[in-house]
Design a binder for this molecule. Structure first.
Ligand SMILES: [Zn+2]
Length: 115
């Protein structure tokens, strides 16, 4: 039986339930935005909430591979700022349908030191 809810993290390439991943959309102008509700058009890549997958160098490499396009370093920095702002607002937790997974894995969203 297929499992359409499973996606591969573009950075660490582990397959996870999409509820534990964040979708990153690449806009027509090359800008990157976090798309917690998976509604934005365009090419998307999934990144899990593990802090290691949000290290700038790893994230840039993973997204370049995921989007099959060169990703500029400043785009990655902007994306990480979006993530941190969202953490402050609890936005990613609201989008999270399985909160127990994030805290159990000590993912980005569950790490209070990132706030
Ligand atoms: Zn990952």
């Amino acid at each position: 039986m297929p499992q359409p809810s499973v996606r591969m993290c573009a950075v660490c390439r582990q397959r996870r339930d999409r509820a534990t991943l964040l979708r990153v959309a690449r806009l027509a102008d090359g800008g990157l935005v976090i798309d917690p509700r998976s509604r934005l058009p365009g090419r998307g890549a999934w990144v899990c909430r593990t802090q290691a997958c949000w290290e700038p160098a790893a994230l840039r490499t993973g997204l370049s591979r995921g989007f099959k396009a060169r990703v500029e370093a400043d785009r990655v920095e902007t994306l990480i700022r979006q993530l941190r702002r969202g953490l402050d607002e609890g936005a990613w937790n609201r989008a999270q349908s399985e909160p127990e997974t994030a805290t159990a894995e000590r993912g980005v969203a569950g790490d209070s030191t990132m706030r």
